[in-house]
Ligand binder design. Sequence first.
Ligand code: FES
Length: 240
Amino acid sequence: MTFAQGWHPVALSTSVEPGSSAGTHIDGKEYVVWRDNSGVVHVWEDRCPHRGMKLSFGFVRGDHIACLYHGWQYDTGGRCRYIPAHPDLEVPTTITVPVFTTIEAVGMIWTNAEPEASRLSPPMGTSETVPVRSLYVNSSADSLLDALRANLPSAFTGQGEPSLVPAGDNLWRIATGDDRLIVGLQRLGDDRASLHIVIEGPGSIYGGAGQAHFLGWTAKVRYALEHGQAAAQVARAEAV
Ligand code: FES
């Protein structure tokens, strides 16, 4: 699935605080994720139209983001509203940054490049989630999914075999014992991917020890992936 199709998770909601910005990738292209001071999150192309500086290096000022280089300021619609070197200039409406439909659901930030994205079904959320982590790895998204399938977590509460089922665009659900997790897959590039992982349920049950339980499991996924890659490299080297 390319960025031109469907919903893509780009971060855990808790990792982008009001007044902050961060750079990310989808399919090798650069995007800025930023949250304005009223709490609304935005995903844009990470390139200032003036001289190409990354907007993720910029500063959030209320409901504007300002470029680090020459201070041009953009409103939440991506339109340039202020140029410090020409403070009295009425900025041409053509100076804009490409912006993408962005929502928050299931404790994650999701974006969609389709112009009619609002008519699509976004990933459905539950009332409460507890963040586990974003796991970034140097491998393809398919290899990461294979490692996930082969290393599902044990339960924190209850008992029962774990299972993994697809639940939407780049979205999976894990059931293990009485626990339910939600996993968003971000395809950063050909050889880089990320899992954004949350627990469905209240912080009163899963905060602290529950988070630590599943955090430990993500380390096992990473180990299995890296160990598998090393084994594959040895096998390839021996085959030459
Ligand atoms: S490059 Fe962004 S304001 Fe000049």
